[in-house]
Design a protein around this ligand. Structure first.
Ligand SMILES: [Zn+2]
Length: 150
């Protein structure tokens, strides 16, 4: 399998996040966890003053995705592609903190999407992708970039 170099610099936050990690499927969980940490730090660089957004609307603006609260969602959250654009639906039944965490979890699935569809021989199982999505959300919410504290 050959890697194709991206011809242009990423122009969206999502493209930047995807550019941080491996372009194909990570070879193992160690590589995947390292990528999740780098992606979390990259996302934090896009937060105003390094602060985690306080609302889903703020997060949606930063990552330029559609994020909607849905009151009768049978799952905590879901990410889907419609009209060439990613949409996140998050359950309104969750607390605000849980909504943000879930939106970040779903965002990680969006980041990982090309890695999952581009490879048949994935070194990462679907359950491990769930673990990575939780890890990414926790890292974004709990990891402070050194020197960014006031
Ligand atoms: Zn998930």
């Amino acid at each position: 399998m050959t890697k194709t170099a991206a011809p242009d610099k990423p122009t969206t936050v999502l493209a930047w996040l995807r550019a941080v990690g491996p372009s194909g499927s990570p070879k193992d969980m160690e590589e995947a966890r390292a990528a999740a940490l780098h992606e979390a730090l990259m996302l934090q660089l896009h937060f105003p003053e390094g602060r985690v957004p306080e609302s889903l609307d703020d997060l949606a603006r930063i990552v330029d995705l559609e994020i909607r609260l849905v009151s009768d969602l049978p799952v905590p959250g879901i990410a889907f592609l419609r009209g060439g654009r990613w949409h996140l639906h998050i359950s309104a039944a969750l607390t605000l903190a849980a909504q943000l965490r879930r939106a970040l979890h779903e965002l990680k699935h969006v980041i990982d999407h090309p890695r999952r569809v581009n490879t048949l021989s994935a070194g990462i199982s679907p359950a491990e992708y769930e673990e990575l999505a939780d890890l990414f959300a926790d890292l974004v919410l709990n990891t402070t970039i050194k020197g960014r504290d006031p």
